[in-house]
Design a protein around this ligand. Structure first.
Ligand code: R5P
Length: 312
């Protein structure tokens, strides 16, 4: 790509954006991203972007709707300022768990968000571990979908756990758990999860031998922590030794951090796709960075190089 590389960020995760900018040795573009007195989002780019290859970095974490609006309005500003190409870098894609109708008269919010991003001006999307990979198909523009499981797995391998079993807390997480297991070794156990309501998880059945073993529960998202805590309960009842967890996106909504702190889990590994909330204890949480992965992907997109090597 001929135009110069420019990076911008909204307010969702400035630390991650700064880390990416440092690796790329490209300063973050100056932009005012704030609010008018009536709370409407206000954006003004303070740099020329004409003819540039612009990357706008913004994970869609809480407050989700505000961060979505910031991103949409930034994309609009960059497009109207005549950038040559615009990539929305979305380390955490929100509304991804609303990717299909589970009952009549429900929306498909993940698709609506895809439409909004494209309408606002995104020419490409760069994202990390979509909750449902099929969301890629909601876009008619290129989507580069990175996976952070290797980062979590490499860290877990360094713990040197013996007689390890990797646990998938529901059937939807089996592929990720299996990939994790392939990288760290050990066995695999799969829990059957039911959701009587969106905020409630129930677990009674599990396939796999875990008694006397160290276990790592692997998931894509920890939100309310309901899934994780129910899995811990079941695993304890089955006589496991030490319990760890690894998840890509540490949403930790509500009082998840406190409930995790009070649980018998040893440690929880997440990435920095989104910042840790500051409303609870984080002693058991260990954050691994995806900044080098995203920086490498941005550089390769900018130079029109293949990034499939980063998908493995
Ligand atoms: C569900 O399908 C996801 O993979 C996660 O298990 C879920 O989103 C976690 O949410 P919570 O922490 O609220 O149970």
């Amino acid at each position: 790509m001929e135009g110069r590389l420019q990076l911008f960020t909204g307010n969702a995760n400035p630390r991650l954006a700064q880390a990416i900018a440092s690796i790329l040795e490209t300063p973050l573009g100056r932009a005012e991203v704030g609010a008018f007195s009536d709370s409407e989002t206000r954006v003004r780019l303070e740099e020329n972007v004409r003819g540039s290859d612009v990357f706008v970095i913004q994970p869609l974490c809480a407050p989700v709707n505000q961060h979505i609006m910031e991103l949409l309005i930034m994309l609009d500003a960059v497009r109207r300022a005549s950038a040559a190409r615009i990539t929305a870098v979305i380390p955490y894609y929100a509304y991804a768990r609303q990717e299909k109708k589970t009952a009549g008269r429900e929306p498909i919010s993940a698709k609506l968000l895809a439409n909004l991003l494209t309408t606002a001006g995104a020419d490409r999307i760069l994202t990390v571990d979509l909750h449902a990979p099929a969301i890629e198909g909601f876009f008619d523009i290129p989507v580069d979908h990175l996976r952070a499981t290797p980062i979590l797995a490499a860290h877990a391998r360094r713990l040197g756990l013996e007689r390890l079993v990797v646990v998938s807390p529901d059937t939807g997480a089996v592929a990720r758990a299996e990939e994790f297991r392939r990288r760290v070794g050990g066995g695999l156990a799969i829990i059957s999860k039911q959701r009587p309501s969106p905020e409630m998880a129930e677990m009674h059945e599990m396939v796999g031998e875990v008694e006397g073993r160290d276990v790592i529960i692997v998931d894509d998202i920890i939100a309310s922590g309901g899934t994780l805590l129910k899995a811990i309960e079941l695993l304890q009842a089955r006589g496991v030794r030490h319990i760890f967890a690894a998840a890509i996106h540490g949403v930790f909504s509500g009082d998840a951090l406190r409930r995790i702190a009070e649980s018998p889990i040893e440690r929880v590994f997440v990435t920095d796709t989104i910042p840790l909330p500051d409303n609870g204890p984080v002693d058991k949480i260990e954050v691994l960075t995806v900044a080098p992965l995203l920086a490498e992907a941005i550089m390769r997109i900018h130079k029109d190089l293949s990034i499939s090597a980063l998908f493995t």
